[in-house]
Design a protein around this ligand. Sequence first.
Ligand SMILES: O=C(O)c1ccccc1N[C@@H]1O[C@H](COP(=O)(O)O)[C@@H](O)[C@H]1O
Length: 236
Amino acid sequence: MPRTDLAPICPRIQIAGIIDREEADLLVRLGVDSLGFPLRLAVHAPDISDADAAHVIASLPPHVAAVVITYLTNPDEIIALCDALGTARVQLHADVPPAVPAALRALRPDLRIIKSLVIPHGCDDALPNSIVERINAFAPHVDAFLTDSTDPTTGATGATGRIHDWRLDRAIVEASPIPVIIAGGLNPTNVRAAIRAARPAAVDAHTGVEGPDGRKRADLVKTFIREAVSGFSDIA
Ligand SMILES: O=C(O)c1ccccc1N[C@@H]1O[C@H](COP(=O)(O)O)[C@@H](O)[C@H]1O
């Protein structure tokens, strides 16, 4: 039985890389409104199995969203993964053409789709035309964009712990007709400044709220949320 998902289309604070039920419970208790489950990835090993992720997702309260973060490119496989996990939210991280979210929409109009916009390494204050073109091409087929960083040493384009120039996020926010979630190296010490610089709809973090053991730390998550809330109130 799929869970009832009553979270807004674009929740404000998303934390990715959920490891287990205990971690999910902690994040829900602290006030996170969207949990990201990275599965079928390009570089990283998954943090959790499909079966465990499905159990965690089934336990979430209806106001908390669960998002599958994936590099899958085949619409049928993406839908099958979302169905197996019991969620109708997906974050597409692969370099797919707009035809992929368009096909997802046609097959499953209830699916909420976030598309990543990865900022190339070394890109500074000028937004490349290629990103503007992608915003225009994807916006009709997705619900939100998510910015992210590249790690040139590993080729990773997610969970890098690396920031990029937030002026680019601001340019993306201004160019996008749909909500933009910012991500890439956000942590309790920089999230407020990032929100003030980029003026996004939401923020997302993974490694910046974890301890050296790779588990989310309550003190870091609490401060991240407090600083993010302050940032959103600064720009309201
Ligand atoms: O979270 C992951 O493990 C992940 C793996 C592969 C692609 C995307 C992934 N998640 C996204 O990366 C951001 C930023 O991570 P960080 O804060 O820089 O460590 C994360 O929030 C997810 O949306």
